[in-house]
Design a protein around this ligand. Structure first.
Ligand SMILES: C[S@@+](CC[C@H](N)C(=O)[O-])C[C@H]1O[C@@H](n2cnc3c(N)ncnc32)[C@H](O)[C@@H]1O
Length: 475
């Protein structure tokens, strides 16, 4: 099953976790150290000659741990870490902080230590569904490179490349266009050491040890003889060359803040530890720092729309990333392609968790399920336009329109000319998943394997330097 299918089901389940009330911020299960109301400490300060034996400590409010037990704790390292942050912070953390820790904590984050993709993993993405996806993105990149005047040197950056399948298919598909492939230096922006290794393998790179933080180090991909480097962030990719950036299902992994309208106004949803030591959602009592982003986001939409809403999600990291992309493109030339699932407007309550292809509660066993949220494409547009007057923003258009205009129909016909029956079935199923809408009408295999089309749920948006004109196929 592809990601995000049962969104509506999950939101109902998540809300059952939400408790609202003034006592919600009481860190009742936390250590609490207070000075006595008899102020012995103050007395000592006023009278420094008083012997220290006179100091008394009121221990009544101290946390009393339960009897020491040898029962093994079932909490994972990540759960202990999250509870530790909440305990020592003395209160709940934002959903965004929770999401960031769950996905990318350097020791135990969901993406950090394993391959989460495919039938044996937790979810499947378009590049894994069909080689045609990466090939069509390659067609888009080549067209933009043409519009850029075929520069001799180009940085091709992929944000969050997963297994590296999209880039591998792009390079294989483009390998006949040597002038293009020879111009490329590939930069993979990836936080996971495990996925970096897998990407290196899938790009057929020589088996050398790279250090993701060393921006000058690169190795050659044998797929098209192109140098490849790895980086933890886009900022680390060297600037100064025309740049093409691709981000597929990267924005949806960026941490979101969730707000809910309450009688006292907009409150941020936060993650706390309940009496029984499980995680629970609570509402902030006061405005939180992320409220500034809520206000910024609301300014970009008509007030009447906002007044109808009870929930709003905002993603400051998406705004910051878009600023970085727009500034890079305005200074170096080129463009960016963002493909993701989402809305062309305010997103209300979309955060979801997927483990082993099934939706689960976002607070259940954090680190063992993927967390992702709808991408707010309107906010990407506003952020890019705010960052630079030299860039133009195009779309979003549906993935179906995007791939159709780039010629996926011709590509599947060519592939079907020369394949086995089994491959043909897989190609048709993959094609439908990429461009179709809902269940495939032609399917006569087992019901549970019916291909579900995601062609209208996923959208494509481009940000380009105005010098390049309007990118294909956004005219
Ligand atoms: C949903 S997966 C998408 C993978 C791939 N683009 C695909 O479509 O198959 C998100 C990817 O982004 C990476 N990632 C997530 N958050 C990141 C961050 N803050 N910095 C760098 N990489 C990140 C993950 O490790 C993973 O490779």
């Amino acid at each position: 099953m592809q990601r995000r299918l049962l969104q509506q089901v999950l939101s109902a389940r998540r809300l059952s976790n939400l408790s609202i009330g003034p006592s919600l911020f009481t860190p009742s299960t936390h250590y609490s150290l207070r000075q006595s109301s008899q102020t012995p400490f103050l007395q000592q300060l006023e009278n420094p000659n008083q012997p220290s034996s006179q100091i008394s400590i009121d221990r009544s409010a101290l946390f009393n741990p339960s009897e020491h037990s040898h029962e093994p704790s079932t909490d994972s390292e990540l759960i202990k870490h999250l509870k530790g942050i909440i305990k020592f912070r003395g209160g709940p953390i934002s959903i965004a902080e929770y999401m960031e820790e769950v996905l990318t904590n350097p020791k135990a984050g969901f993406y950090i230590n394993r391959d989460v993709f495919g039938a044996d993993g937790d979810f499947i993405t378009s590049p894994e569904v069909s080689q045609m996806f990466g090939e069509m993105v390659g067609v888009w990149a080549m067209c933009l490179w043409e519009q850029m005047g075929q520069p001799d040197k180009v940085n091709l950056v992929e944000l969050g490349p997963g297994r590296g399948t999209l880039m591998a298919d792009l390079l294989r598909g483009a390998s006949k266009f040597e002038k293009f492939t020879k111009s490329l230096h590939i930069h993979m922006v990836e936080c996971s050491p495990t996925l970096q290794k897998l990407q290196r393998h899938n790009l057929r790179c020589a088996d050398e040890d790279t250090n993701g933080s060393d921006v000058d180090q690169s190795i050659i991909s044998n797929l098209a003889g192109t140098p490849v480097s790895w980086h933890a962030t886009l900022e680390q990719v060297p600037s100064g060359l025309p740049t093409i950036i691709v981000g597929h299902e990267f924005y949806d992994a960026l941490p979101v803040h969730q707000f809910q309208r309450a009688s006292r106004g907009w409150c941020e949803k936060m993650v706390d530890v309940a009496e029984d030591s499980s995680f629970r959602l609570v509402l902030s009592l006061q405005p939180t720092p992320a409220t500034l982003y809520l206000m910024k986001r609301c300014k970009w939409d008509a007030t009447e729309e906002i007044t109808k809403l009870d929930h709003i999600e905002v993603c400051p990291k998406a705004i910051e990333l878009t600023h970085t992309i727009a500034k890079r493109i305005s200074s170096d030339g080129g463009g960016a392609l963002i493909i993701d699932y989402g809305l062309n407007g305010i997103v209300t309550d979309s955060l979801q968790a997927i483990r082993k292809h099934k939706f689960v509660d976002i607070l259940d066993n954090p680190g063992s399920a993927d967390l992702s949220a709808y991408v707010d494409f309107a906010s990407i547009r506003h952020s890019a336009e705010e960052a630079s007057v030299d860039v133009s923003v195009h779309g979003p258009i549906t993935q179906s329109q995007f791939l159709g205009s780039l010629g996926i129909n011709f590509r599947i016909e060519a592939l079907l000319q020369n394949c086995t029956d089994e491959q043909a079935e897989s190609l048709r199923a993959g094609y439908w998943q990429l461009v179709g809408d809902g269940e495939a009408p032609f399917w006569d295999g087992p019901d549970e394997k019916t291909p579900i089309g995601m062609g209208t749920r996923y959208m494509a948006m481009a940000i380009v330097n105005k010098k390049q004109g309007i990118p294909i196929p956004f005219q």
